[in-house]
Every structure is written in C-alpha cells, then in structure tokens.
Design a protein around this ligand. Structure first.
Ligand code: S6P
Ligand code: ZN
Length: 187
C-alpha cells in the first residue's frame, strides 16, 4: 500500500493565512453580474477592491479524500448588498461540506435546486453543516474581514453555472442600519 503522508498546518487565526496553501484572489471585476445594483457595481469597479481570498490545501480529486481552505471575505457593500462569495453547488452535487467561523461576522445562504433558501448566521466558533445538494454562499455582514474554514470532499468540485446566471432566491442587504435577508427581485 502506498500511504500518503499525514501533516499538520497552523492557520493564522488573525489573517486566515494557511502556510503553503494555494492562494486565490477574487476582485470585484471577477464578479460582474453577481450584484443587484449595477450602477453601484460600476462605480466601485473604479477601485476594483479584493472581495475575498481563498487559501486552499487540496488533494487529487479522488473519492474518500478531503480538502480544506480558509476564506477571507472582506467587508464592503455594492449598493445595499453586502460583499459575498460567488457561491456554488458541488460538481458532484451530493457532496457535503463543513464550515467553521474563525473571525468576524457574517452568515451563509444555502439553497436547494428548487430554490428553497436558508440563512445561517456565523461568528467565530459557529460550525455549519452544508448537506448534499445545497448551494452555498457566504456573506460578510460586519465591518472587519469575515474568516472561516471549509472542509470538503476532494472530489466535490465546484459548479458555479446556475448561481452565476440566477443568483440565490434571497439577498442579504443593509437597510435602516439593519442586516436583512430579503427576496431577490431578480429571482
Ligand atoms: C469549497 C468551499 C470554499 C469556497 C470559498 C470561495 O467547496 O465552499 O472554500 O470555495 O469560500 O467561494 P466560491 O463560491 O467562490 O468558491
Ligand atoms: Zn463548497
């Protein structure tokens, strides 16, 4: 038997950085069409801020193995909408996932292919179970980076397509100084 080598890494709990991980950067310009307020999007695009960064330690796409990644989701809004991750189903749709809040505040929007949505607030220590078949997107509702760890099957993959086209049935906005989860008018 050709065994893989076990290892441990230390996540920097202040910055979310995992040493030796692959880093992915998503700027606002990578998210055209995702936010509702197109005018506000074009305006903020002049600065093209980083919306989030992902530090991933990934294995070959094989059944039974696991990947893990931290995400650093920056605070900000496009119009009334808080910054969020693109959101995806898993390419192998029946693969589940676990998230754990590390720093900052926000939440997760989840959705079935039929459009049933769920909002789960997250803070440091919150563990979220993402069941098979549910699309998932995280949202930063605070004013500091929202950092969390995700652990997911190595063969889960990402399916961004339908979320890119239609979004989620709910959006998370700030209105009258409050965080509100409301129906997506474009849905
Ligand atoms: C992977 C896991 C996370 C996200 C990351 C970025 O299954 O859910 O690591 O990839 O939070 O979000 P997105 O939607 O751009 O992949
Ligand atoms: Zn996922």
């Amino acid at each position: 038997m050709d065994y893989k080598t076990p290892f441990g890494v230390k996540i920097d709990l202040e910055t979310g950085v995992i040493p030796g991980a692959n880093k992915l950067v998503r700027r606002l310009s990578d998210m055209r069409g995702y936010f509702l307020d197109e005018k506000a999007y074009e305006e903020l695009l002049k600065e093209d801020p980083i919306v989030y960064e992902v530090y991933a330690i990934e294995q070959e796409e094989k059944e039974g193995d696991l990947n893990f990644a931290t995400t650093v989701l920056y605070p900000g809004k496009v119009g009334k909408e808080f910054f969020f991750t693109k959101g995806h189903y898993h390419a192998k749709a029946d693969r589940a996932e676990i998230y754990c809040g590390i720093k900052g505040r926000g939440g997760m929007l989840l959705q079935t292919p039929e459009g049933e949505a769920k909002w789960i607030p997250m803070e440091p220590g919150t563990v979220v179970y993402v069941p098979p078949y549910w699309a998932h997107r995280t949202v930063n509702t605070g004013n500091e980076p929202f950092i969390f760890l995700a652990i997911y099957p190595a063969d889960a993959g990402h399916d961004y397509g339908s979320i890119k086209e239609k979004g989620f049935s709910k959006i998370v906005i700030e209105e009258d100084g409050e965080v509100k989860v409301v129906d997506n008018p474009r849905w």
